[in-house]
Write a protein that binds this ligand. Structure first.
Ligand SMILES: NC(=O)c1ccc[n+]([C@@H]2O[C@H](COP(=O)([O-])OP(=O)(O)OC[C@H]3O[C@@H](n4cnc5c(N)ncnc54)[C@H](OP(=O)(O)O)[C@@H]3O)[C@@H](O)[C@H]2O)c1
Length: 265
């Protein structure tokens, strides 16, 4: 039994999960208990849909799954507030970046623990979730929560969570930065801001949708739109040349991996 799910924190990410579950029908707000001392708009909205907002301590024992979605800086405090009240068989699923399962297990009184690194595209059921757990029950519970929301990748080793954070958790921002840069480049070659904005956004989201829907290899799709000696080839010579996308992204991902390790230490 997965529900009721007790959400510790329902901010940007928690709100995205609630929206995705509601959209897919996986879980409804009525399946949720939400603890958020100063309820976010997402928590208020879920409460209007039937979620139980800020239940009394004595009612926390009803939770079957605890989803920890507060900022990593305050996770120990949030855990300490609820742990004495939880049922002994409650299962913990944490999305807090950099917080290790060994520490979670101690703070949550040795209950089974899983760690997940999701993305906010959960809101439109296009989440990507990296999951690690050494406990089969917690691992299954994390799958039950995140499989309905998109793609799930199981990590065999918790240390890989740093790399998964760099390649997945942080990478929506890389794409948004790419779109911003393309819009600015469009203006630099004479397009008006509105024209450039529309061309860059519609083209890139369309190309991403084609990649997703055809399941084709990106290299194959790239070849299909690149004529030898043509305009695209001229741009790709710059993008894939020395100091181009390959080394640049490697450097970016290494930097994010390093930072994830620092934050988790
Ligand atoms: N956002 C992302 O893209 C993303 C992606 C992957 C993982 N994550 C992880 O998800 C977690 C949440 O991130 P977020 O961006 O959703 O943060 P957020 O928007 O700040 O949401 C956290 C929520 O928890 C509330 N809260 C504060 N203290 C609490 C307590 N003691 N008990 C229960 N709730 C409490 C906060 O209220 P106040 O605002 O009043 O403090 C806020 O509404 C983080 O650990 C992060 O590493 C986020």
């Amino acid at each position: 039994m997965t529900t009721p799910i007790l959400m510790l924190g329902a901010g940007r990410l928690g709100g995205a999960l609630i929206e995705g579950w509601r959209r897919t029908g996986a879980f409804s707000p009525a399946d949720l208990m939400i603890r958020d001392p100063q309820p976010s708009p997402a928590a208020e909205d879920a409460a209007r849909g039937g979620a139980w907002l800020n239940p009394e301590d004595g009612d926390l024992a009803r939770a079957k799954t605890v989803l920890m979605a507060v900022k990593p800086q305050i996770w120990r405090e949030a855990a300490a507030e609820v742990t004495p009240w939880l049922a002994s068989n409650a299962v913990i699923v944490s999305v807090a970046a950099g917080v290790a399962t060994a520490d979670l297990s101690v703070e949550f009184g040795k209950r089974p623990v899983a760690r997940v690194m999701p993305t906010t595209a959960a809101a439109i059921a296009r989440c990507t979730a990296s999951i690690f757990s050494a406990d089969p029950e917690a691992f299954a519970r994390a799958h039950a929560l995140f499989e309905p929301l998109g793609a799930v990748v199981d990590l065999a080793d918790e240390r890989l969570m740093h790399a998964a954070t760099a390649v997945s958790g942080s990478s929506p921002a890389y794409l948004y930065a790419f779109v911003e840069a393309l819009e600015a480049a469009g203006e630099a070659v004479g397009l008006g801001p509105e024209e450039s904005r529309k061309l860059a956004r519609a083209t890139l989201t369309g190309a991403a949708a084609l990649l997703a829907e055809t399941g084709a290899d990106p290299a194959e799709l790239r070849k299909q739109v690149t004529s030898p000696g043509g305009t695209t080839a001229a741009a790709l010579e710059v993008l894939t040349g020395e100091g181009g996308l390959g080394p640049l992204l490697r450097e970016a991902v290494v930097a994010a991996t390093r930072r994830s390790k620092e934050l988790g230490a």
